[in-house]
Ligand binder design. Structure first.
Ligand code: SF4
Ligand code: SF4
Length: 293
């Protein structure tokens, strides 16, 4: 019998601070009690899932991107590289060629088209990928180097690495970067299902709308989790009803949960209401998996 491929769920939100990480770590903890589960922290600028698992020690390795390096001796100052780069990452200024590493998308065009081999591609550190395992839970952390601005190449490299390293896991959860731009699209790309975490406020609704608009273009199935439920704003539910987006959990607003989150503690064991809402999410995931098997 062949092993089915992992079922992939992205946890995303239109903005930071909605409780996306809280949901991701608690789901990973819950799912891993009965199945193998890999939690991948793709919030690469500020990964913090590992705070919730202090007992798991990450083994990290460096990840590189390729950047052209100017060889002054070979260069004839023909100007072709400046004209070639559509990202304006390489410029000829006087009798020098300057490469702006932060702008470079490692497309190789300038390097391959240079008639004098004066722009060979060289490794430059992009960030790290760390892995830790404990029983049925695997934690993967993708962390961008301080000062590095491009999240997407690291996210893509992390996805590629996972194809070989955790392809036998039952579930993969991607804790995606917040927002609605390229990093979230890259993070959610392999997902079979996207869970959008929002909060019942006008800001929450506005950012949810933007996130739904972006993800609809990728044609991913989506479901909604309302965090801090019960603070009196019902427009989020009305919007979900109109847009036919299933609301699969309403996590109540609770000071105890907020405090535990701030301290990086897992709280399902001590909070029956939270436990029951997260069970709804796990049931929905399993149902969705079976329906799409
Ligand atoms: S294309 Fe090559 S030779 Fe021409 S300016 Fe750029 S680095 Fe120099
Ligand atoms: S590798 Fe591509 S993006 Fe980078 S400097 Fe060269 S042409 Fe520009």
């Amino acid at each position: 019998m062949t092993t089915p491929p992992p079922y992939r769920i992205a946890i995303a939100s239109g903005k930071g601070g909605t409780g996306k990480t809280f949901v991701a770590v608690h789901l990973a903890k819950m799912i891993s009690t009965s199945a193998s589960c890999t939690l991948v922290d793709l919030d690469v600028e500020e990964p913090n899932d590992s705070i919730f698992f202090p007992e798991m020690e990450l083994e990290s390795r460096l990840v590189y991107k390729q950047i052209p390096e100017w060889n002054e001796e070979r260069c004839t100052l023909c100007g072709l590289c400046s004209k070639t780069c559509k990202f304006h990452a390489v410029m000829q200024l006087g009798d020098s060629v300057i490469v702006f590493n932060e702008l470079c998308h490692s497309c190789y065009a300038c390097s391959e088209l240079c008639p004098n081999d004066a722009l060979p591609m060289k490794n430059q550190t992009l960030g790290t990928i760390g892995i830790a395992k404990s029983n049925q839970l695997t934690l993967v952390e993708s962390r961008l180097k301080v000062g590095e601005e491009q999240a997407v190449p690291l996210i893509k490299k992390t996805h590629r690495n996972l194809q070989t390293e955790v392809n036998k896991t039952d579930y993969i959860l991607y804790d995606s970067p917040p927002g609605t731009s390229c990093p979230v699209v890259a993070a959610t790309k392999p997902a079979d299902l996207v869970l959008l975490v929002t909060e019942p406020t006008s800001f929450g609704l506005n950012d949810l709308k933007l996130a739904v608009e972006t993800l609809r273009k990728t044609q991913k199935p989506m479901a909604i989790i309302i965090n801090r439920y019960g603070i009196g704003y019902e427009d989020v539910e009305q919007y979900c009803e109109i847009e036919k987006l299933p609301v699969i959990a309403k996590i109540p607003y609770s000071r105890k949960i907020a405090e535990a989150y701030a301290l990086g503690h897992i709280v399902t064991e001590s909070d029956p209401e939270l436990l029951s809402q997260l069970k709804n999410v796990v049931d929905f995931i399993k149902l969705h998996r079976n329906e799409n098997a």
